[in-house]
Ligand binder design. Structure first.
Ligand SMILES: [Zn+2]
Length: 467
């Protein structure tokens, strides 16, 4: 069947669009199908090897009920949503067209410090906050239409250099037909993101809720702001530490109420983020660990992140450092001093980034924080990162100026001093010669001291006097 897609059905009919789509180059192949470039600018096609009638009905519901894209105004596709079904010549539906998410990287490339350094070195903590804010906003929009993302994981979220994310693999979402109530389930989940109540459950046999997504969203927020999984640290219980899934299942994280995990040496403390964000994390992983209804909603994360972004301040020492004013000082500078590790090292800033930093300082001087929090959503595309990292132009050091040797202006003084010293020097050398002939240590020391003394006297006498 895979061959049928690749070789015989390159021109497909786009249902409801009145025109055909030509498949041009194959982008990817997975167990369920293939993704192709098409002759439609900015659109790709996903074709299944064996699409079931259920699969096609699910797509029809999605195509008829797209969520409202929070970034539509800036022409950024926040999700690769199915736009139209694709059929072969016999009228059989094979897949769908969706927007192409170009010039983006996987989420892990921005939250993992090593990968970030290699891929987008200027992506600082402010950008990570903005990316987190956008993800919360996109999740809110998807939930508003009754969808459950189901398989939230870093591989399914791409992000561009303006901190704008796009959710992909949307056809794995749990979809509810608003007319009939029929539910098309999400049968897949990912380790490290699945909420404790779903661990060990058959996902294909159960309907999921927004509450399940809220736990997954909390993990994503933690990855972005702290660079690592929350259920991790130094095990303080008996025996070997349990595996990561067990830690998650039992709620062991460094800020748990009855936890057996302590922060590790590299753990970034919870206090470094805005107090509203701290509350969101505590609610998600403590009270909300077992009770999904107590986990923060995407809207609550969004509000907390707006406050946090408005509270971030540029560090005066390292251009990639941003820190929470509520924390009081630059945590990244402290960490660098204590551990020798800087996860946001100094980077070369583009002219746009320098402007953004300058504008940011101006905004803060001129606007109260509450107002800034309101305007920050309108600046979702700010600040911009260069699309290709540029190397810093290292200025060549100026040649150090050699001190110019000046002769004493009073030449008479110089001549007298020199002739006087010459006489004394000749006399001294004679004395030294006599002392040296005695071949003992005292006379050697005396001779050396006398010689140095003469040099000092000469220097004093020859020093120019202001005339
Ligand atoms: Zn700093």
């Amino acid at each position: 069947m895979a061959q049928a897609i690749g070789t015989t059905a390159k021109i497909l009919t786009c249902v409801g669009q009145g025109r055909s789509v030509e498949l041009t180059t194959r982008l990817a192949t997975s167990g369920e199908g293939e993704v192709w470039h098409t002759n439609w600018d900015g659109y790709v096609a996903k074709l299944y090897f064996n699409p079931s009638p259920d699969r096609i009905r699910k797509l029809e519901v999605m195509i008829a009920n797209p969520p409202t894209d929070p970034n539509a105004a800036i022409n950024h596709p926040s999700f690769a949503w199915p736009q139209a079904l694709l059929q072969d010549a016999s009228g059989r539906s094979l897949g769908f067209v969706m927007p192409e998410i170009a010039n983006s990287v996987e989420l892990i490339d921005v939250y993992n410090p090593q990968r970030r350094r290699a891929v987008l070195p200027g992506f600082n903590w402010l950008y990570l906050h903005v990316a987190a804010m956008n993800i919360a906003s996109i999740t809110q929009a998807i939930h508003a239409r009754g969808y459950v993302l189901g398989d939230i994981k870093p591989q399914n979220i791409l992000v561009n250099n303006q901190a704008l994310p796009s959710v992909i693999d949307t056809d794995s979402f749990q979809v509810r037909n608003p007319q009939t109530g029929e539910v098309f389930r999400c049968p897949v989940g990912s380790e490290g993101f699945t909420p404790p109540e779903l661990l060990g459950q058959d996902l294909a046999a159960m309907d999921q809720t927004e509450g399940h997504d809220r736990f997954r969203l909390g993990i994503i927020m933690h990855l972005l702001l702290f660079g690592d999984q929350p259920f991790k640290g130094v095990w303080t219980g008996w025996g070997d530490p349990p595996d990561p899934n067990q830690l998650l299942s039992q709620g062991h994280w460094p800020y748990g109420m009855t936890t057996l995990i302590q922060p590790g040496p590299l753990t970034i403390p919870l206090e470094t983020v805005h107090p509203e964000l701290q509350q969101c994390f505590l609610r998600c992983f403590n009270q909300g660990h077992r009770d999904a209804s107590l986990r923060p909603t995407p809207g609550e994360w969004l509000q907390a992140l707006k406050l946090a972004v408005a509270d971030l301040k540029a560090c005066g020492k390292v251009n990639c450092h941003y820190y929470s004013q509520s924390y009081g000082r630059c945590y990244w500078c402290d960490r660098k001093k204590a551990l020798g590790i800087d996860v946001f090292p100094k980077a070369s800033l583009s002219a746009a980034q320098r402007r953004a930093r300058y504008q940011d300082t101006l905004d803060r001087l001129l606007q109260p924080a509450s107002q800034l929090a309101q305007t920050v959503t309108q600046r979702l595309d700010w600040p911009r990162l260069p699309s290709t990292p540029t190397w810093p132009q290292i200025p060549l050091p100026q040649r150090p100026q050699m001190p110019s040797l000046t002769l004493p202006k009073a030449w008479k003084q110089y001549a007298i001093a020199t002739s006087l010293l010459s006489g004394v020097a000749i006399a001294s050398l004679a004395i030294i010669k006599v002392l040296m002939a005695q071949q003992n240590t005292e006379s050697m020391v005396f001779g050396t001291v006398l010689f140095i003394g003469l040099l000092v006297v000469w220097a004093q006498l020859a020093k120019p006097t202001s005339s």
